[in-house]
Design a protein around this ligand. Structure first.
Ligand code: CA
Length: 469
């Protein structure tokens, strides 16, 4: 009997020890989510437009997902899918214009909290102003600003912080990491405003692409033949992109809400850079294609300069983890809330189920689990992140989450992913993109447009992916 009791207690003690160790060793999670960052501009994805050494570091030390997509290519709804692991029609946040996010529903961060994790979201959130599921949050109201952004604090007050948004988001993130309880695992979501319109670079990055001339994408002058929805959109460099609002072509001191927030020193450096560009622009008196192509070049310069700061601050996050000996036990994921057009079809913006907006960059580093330098060519969705993070944390996945746990794909214990992806864009407003839904298999893409235009489009995605889908 004594032996049995001893055995029982040693088992119990062993179990508690194991359980404590398991809890202590549970992976930390850092998810860096940017806004409108195109995979076409990331050197790890083969881009020659610029170098992104810090995102590339994630590719070298982890896995690059070459076929990562979103279920609804628009800021708020994409984030709702990410947090809930449910499609827009289930989580209720279908579009930015008429929907509101119900933060009271279940979210993967709430599951993490219930299982001993500390959770935080810092930076651009874009799902209202009262986050739930986070032990700590400091967020931008709505879109936030590039310069001297307002930050909503947990007590409901708003504080204007001097500086440039990506640097501030990283500073606040590191402050929270410094203050967290080191005895518990954590999940930190770093939300960057970059590279959202209107692409205002940090003062230290102004002019960094001035020597570069960017080649026009092959389909820059697309005639949209046979594509009714593409014909009626309003997101071209030619027609939609505004020299003043988008490309900062205005005189020094001209009132413009995005730059009026700058302090005197910031505005001086801004004007010193843009004024000669503006003077040159006025003198040229460009029209037609010459004007369109000039706008495209300026767009690329501003966008990529904004991306440079984003990449640098991702590097700061990785350096912080190294410095604090957290790298080995932290899963780091980088993604955007969707893709973006860099002149393909003559466009900027997103929304369509065509490749550049449908797809998102996604890179994941998970030391000891994911092979460094590996790549994944199976379909994965932003919908999959919630269950995957829970699986990595050893937390049960709620049955009503619709995403798949892709951890077995990331760790190569499973070879084949989903056969098809469902997409649905609901909004019918800004940029005049018709609502549409569709299915993409490994060979075909079928899209049904409705409301604004009524049409079907079917593509063989291998036959002519660049010109069409
Ligand atoms: Ca976005």
């Amino acid at each position: 009997m004594k032996k049995i009791i001893c055995f029982f207690f040693s088992c119990l003690f062993g179990y508690s020890l194991l359980s404590a160790q398991t809890k202590l060793n549970r992976a930390n999670i850092v998810i860096i989510i940017s806004d409108d960052h195109a995979y076409q501009t990331i050197s790890a994805y083969g881009s020659n437009l610029m170098q992104t050494p810090n995102i590339d570091r994630l590719a070298k030390e982890g896995m690059i997902c070459n076929k990562a997509y979103v279920t609804n290519s628009i800021c708020g709804p994409s984030r709702a899918v990410f947090l809930t692991g449910k499609y827009s029609h289930e989580n209720g946040f279908k579009d930015n214009e008429t929907s509101h996010f119900d933060a009271g529903q279940n979210l993967f961060v709430k599951e993490l909290q219930n299982n001993g994790y500390q959770t935080a979201w810092i930076g651009k959130y874009h799902l209202g102003e009262k986050p739930q599921g986070f032990d700590f949050w400091e967020i931008f109201p709505g879109q936030g600003h590039y310069y001297n952004p307002d930050v909503i604090m947990m007590d409901g007050s708003t504080k204007r912080i001097e500086g440039y948004a990506p640097n501030i988001v990283e500073d606040l993130s590191e402050d929270w990491l410094d203050r967290r309880d080191p005895g518990k695992p954590f999940c930190l979501i770093i939300g960057h405003k970059s590279t959202h319109r209107t692409w205002i670079p940090d003062t230290c990055d102004l002019g960094m692409f001035d020597d570069k001339n960017f080649p026009l994408p092959d389909n820059f002058y697309d005639d949209y033949e046979g594509r009714a929805a593409a014909k009626v959109q309003d997101m071209t460099s030619a027609r939609t992109m505004l020299p003043d609002y988008d490309l900062k072509m205005f005189a020094p001191g001209h009132p413009e809400p995005t730059v009026d927030r700058m302090n005197a020193a910031q505005r001086e450096r801004f004007d010193a850079y843009y004024q000669p560009v503006f003077e040159d622009f006025k003198a040229r008196r460009l029209t037609g294609n010459a004007l369109t192509e000039w706008k495209y070049q300026r767009y690329m310069k501003d966008y990529l300069s904004t991306a440079a700061s984003l990449d640098r601050n991702i590097g700061r996050t990785l350096d912080y983890l190294d410095k604090h000996h957290l790298t080995d036990n932290t899963l780091v994921m980088y993604l955007s809330d969707q893709g973006f057009y860099m002149g393909e079809h003559g466009w900027f913006d997103k929304r369509f189920m065509y490749e550049e907006s449908f797809r998102t960059p996604m890179l994941i580093r998970y030391p000891g689990k994911i092979t460094p330098g590996s790549s994944l060519n199976e379909y994965v969705l932003n919908l999959d992140i919630a269950p995957t993070v829970l699986a990595a944390a050893g937390v049960g996945i709620p049955k009503d989450m619709q995403g798949e746990n892709i951890l077995p794909l990331l760790t190569r214990t499973k070879k084949t992913g989903r056969k098809a992806m469902y997409y649905h864009y609901y909004e019918n407003g800004e940029h005049s993109v018709s609502p549409h839904f569709g299915i993409q298999t490994k060979d075909f893409k079928l899209i049904r447009f409705y409301k604004r235009v009524n049409s079907w489009e079917l593509y063989d995605i291998h036959a002519d992916p660049k010109r069409y889908a």
